[in-house]
Design a protein around this ligand. Structure first.
Ligand code: ZN
Length: 235
C-alpha cells in the first residue's frame, strides 16, 4: 500500500493491518552518461513494490512510505546534477521521519536504501531512534546484502555498473542510454577523502563496466533480492 495515495482515515485503517513500513531512501546524483540522476531512488522504490506484492501473496500487509529522494553524496558532487545533502542533515531528517512512524505505532521500520553514501547517516539515524522508541529499524542495502546473488547474475557490480544498469533497464528501459555506457572498475587501497576524488574514482560518474548489462539480468536481480527480503519480513 502506497502511503502517498491515501487519505488520513485510510492510513488509520492501514495501521490496524500493517505494523511494518518501508521507507525507500535514494540519492540524486550522476550515474554516468547512460543512467538517470534518480537511479538510486528508482531501484529501492521498485524493490519495495515487489516485496509488497510478495508479502501480499503470503497474506501480509505492509506500508510503503514516500521515498526520501535526496541523499548524502560527497564523492559524486564533482558532477553536475548531483545534489548533496550533508551527512548530519540526512541523519537528523531520517531520524525525525523514523520517530514519526514510531509514534504512529509502527513496530518495524525498513530503510530500503539505494545509495552507498547514505549508509553511515542511516545507521546513526536508526541508532538515535531506537534509543528513544520501542521500534526496530532494518537497513537494507540491496547491492551489498545480496552481493553473492547479484554476482551469480552479473560478472561485476559497481556505481552505474553492470548490476545497477541492468536493474534500471528492467524498471525504466526508456531512461537508459546504452550507447553511452562506458566505464571500468577503479579501487583505492585506502579510502582517500579529497574534494575532487570523484573525478579519479568515478570517471564520468561510473565505477564499473556497464556494457554487459541487460534487462534480463536486471529482472533476475530484482526477483532474487525482493524474494529474499520478503522472506525475511514474512516470518
Ligand atoms: Zn547508484
Amino acid at each position: 500500500m502506497m502511503m502517498e495515495n491515501m487519505t488520513w482515515d485510510e492510513f488509520e485503517e492501514v495501521k490496524k493491518k500493517a505494523d511494518t513500513v518501508i521507507i525507500p531512501v535514494g540519492s540524486i546524483e550522476a550515474h554516468g552518461k547512460h543512467l538517470p540522476l534518480n537511479t538510486d531512488v528508482l531501484a529501492p522504490v521498485e524493490i519495495s513494490k515487489l516485496v509488497e506484492r510478495k508479502l501480499n501473496e503470503m497474506g501480509r500487509d505492509i506500508l510503503i512510505a514516500p521515498p526520501i529522494n535526496y541523499g548524502h553524496t560527497f564523492v559524486l558532487n564533482v558532477y553536475p546534477g548531483t545534489i548533496n545533502v550533508k551527512a548530519e542533515t540526512l541523519r537528523a531528517y531520517v531520524r525525525d521521519i523514523i520517530e514519526e512512524f514510531a509514534q504512529e505505532g509502527f513496530k518495524k521500520i525498513v530503510l530500503m536504501n539505494g545509495h552507498g553514501g547514505n549508509v553511515y547517516p542511516l545507521i546513526e539515524a536508526a541508532e538515535e531512534s531506537v534509543e528513544k522508541y520501542n521500534v526496530e529499524v532494518w537497513l537494507i542495502n540491496w547491492w551489498i546484502d545480496f552481493r553473492e546473488d547479484i554476482l551469480n547474475i552479473c560478472t561485476s557490480q559497481g556505481h552505474a555498473g553492470e548490476d545497477e544498469t541492468s536493474v534500471i533497464m528492467a524498471i525504466k528501459p526508456e531512461l537508459v542510454k546504452m550507447e553511452k555506457a562506458v566505464g571500468e572498475k577503479r579501487k583505492y587501497e585506502v579510502r582517500k577523502i579529497r574534494k575532487d576524488v570523484g573525478l579519479e574514482l568515478f570517471p564520468n560518474g561510473v565505477n564499473d563496466d556497464p556494457r554487459g548489462a541487460t534487462k534480463e539480468k536486471g529482472e533476475a536481480i530484482l526477483e532474487v533480492v525482493s524474494e529474499k527480503i520478503a522472506r525475511l519480513l514474512g516470518v
